[in-house]
Design a protein around this ligand. Sequence first.
Ligand code: NDP
Ligand code: 2IT
Length: 457
Amino acid sequence: MSKKGRVMNKYTEKVLNFVKSKNENEKEYIQAVEEVLTSLEPVINEHPEYENLALLERMVEPERLISFRVPYINDEGQVIVHRGYRVQFSSLIGPYKGGLRFHPSVNQSIIKFLGFEQIFKNALTGLPIGGGKGGSDFDPKGKSDNEIMKFCQSFMTELQRHIGKDIDVPAGDIGVGEREIGYLFGQYKRIKDTYEGGVLTGKGLSYGGSLARKEATGFGLIYFMREMLKANGNQTFQGKKVIISGAGNVAIYACQKALEYGADVIAMSDSKGCIYDEKGIDLALIKQIKEEKRARIFEYLKVHPEAKYYENQSEDFPIWAIKADIALPCATQNEITLNSAKKLVANGIIAVGEGANMPCTKEATEYLLANNILVAPAKAANAGGVATSAIEMSQNSMRYYFNFEEVNNKLDDIMVNIFHACQKSALKYNLGNNYVAGANIAAFSKLAKAMKAQGVV
Ligand code: NDP
Ligand code: 2IT
C-alpha cells in the first residue's frame, strides 16, 4: 500500500522509482509519469507479461531528445543566445507530432512532460500520429516582429535537420501561433528547397493551413465537455456560469463555443491577472486586446470599467475563487493548486475541463475526483488541436482543402469518440466516471498493443 491507501503494483512502482531517480530534477516530468502510471495499475495487473517486455520502461524513455543553441541578433544589435529543444518521444503509431512552446519557463522537464502527455493524447485521437514536443526559453512578449522572425529562422536552421512530414511535425503551443509558424515554415522551405506543406501544422490559410485549426483546441474542449455533461445527468452548457483561465488560442475559442452553447462566461485571465465581468465577458474585446494588440487583459477595464480585475499574487490564481458551475483551465501547467481546487469545490463547481496541459496539480485532481467533480482530463479534452493538425497533414498530402464545416464535423466526431473511449475504459475497470484514469487506460491499451506488435525497439 502506498500513501493514501492506494495499492501500488510492484512493477509500476519499480518503474516510477526508476524514473524519479533517473530524472531527479525534472519535477513536471515525474508528475506526468506518476499520474499515468498510477492509473494504469488495473491494466498492468492483468498483463504480467509487460514487465518482461519492459513495456513501461520503454514508454518513459524518449526515443530521442535534442537540445541546441539558438543565437540571434536583437534590434539593438546585441547577440542573444537561447536554448532550443525537441523531444521525439514515441513513433509507435505515427511520425512524432506535437507543438513548440516559446516561454521563459521552458526547460527539459517541461518539454519532456509535454512530450510524454502527447504520446497518449495522440493515441486517443485515433489518428496515425506519434508523440513529440519542443520549444525554447525565448520570450516572444515585447519583441518586435523582426526579432521574432530572426529568432524563428535561427531556431529552424537547427531544427530542420530533425523534422519532416513523415518524421516529425511540429505545430504551435504557448507563445507559438500562426505568425511564428509562418516564419518557421519559410525558413524550412528555404533551407530544404522543397515545398513540404505537411512538415508543420497551424499554418496560415494562404499557404496550406487548415480551416478550423485555430478554433480546434477550444472547440474540441467544449465538444468533449458537452458529451461528459450529457452522460452525467443529461446536463448542458445552457445557463451555466463558466470561468476560463488564459486568453490565448485555447481559451478564446473555448469561450466562443461555450457562448454559442448558451453558457454565461464571467471570467478570463492572462499571466498577470483576471477579469471578472458578471454581465458576461465581451469576447470581441478580449480578441482585440489579446489577438490584435497583444496587450494585457486589464485593458478590458478601459471599455468596461464596471468589470473587476484581480492581479495574480501567488500560485493560487484569483480566478479560481470566483463562484461558477464550470471551470476551464486553459493557460498553463499546475495552475489549479490544491487550495484552488478547494475553493472551486466550496463554491459548488460541477465540472473542470482541462484545456491546458496538466493544469491541475496531482493533489488538486485527487481532491476534485474525491468530491465527485467531473474532470475532463487534458490528454483527452484538449486533443482536438492535434487531431485537427493531423487533418491538416492529410489535406497537405492530398493537396486538397476541406471546408470549415467538414473539418469542424470531423473534429466533433473525434471528440465524441474520445469521450466514449474514456468512458468505456473507466467502466471496464469499475472506475465510475473517473475519466482521468479512463483516458490513460484507453490510450495505453492501444500503445501497448502497438509496442508488442513491433518487437523490441
Ligand atoms: P497562448 O500562448 O495562445 O496563450 C496562453 C495564455 O495563457 C495566455 O493568455 C497567457 O497569458 C496565459 N499563460 C501562459 N503562461 C502562463 C503562466 N505561466 N501563468 C499564467 N498564465 C499563463 O497558448 P495556447 O492557448 O496555445 O496554450 C494554452 C494551454 O493549452 C497550454 O497549456 C498548451 O500547452 C495547451 N494546449 C494548446 C493547444 C493548441 O493547439 N494551441 C493544444 C492543446 C493544448 P499572457 O497573455 O499574459 O501571456
Ligand atoms: O499540446 C498540444 O496538443 C498542442 N500544442 C498541439 C499540437 C499539434 O501538433 O497540433
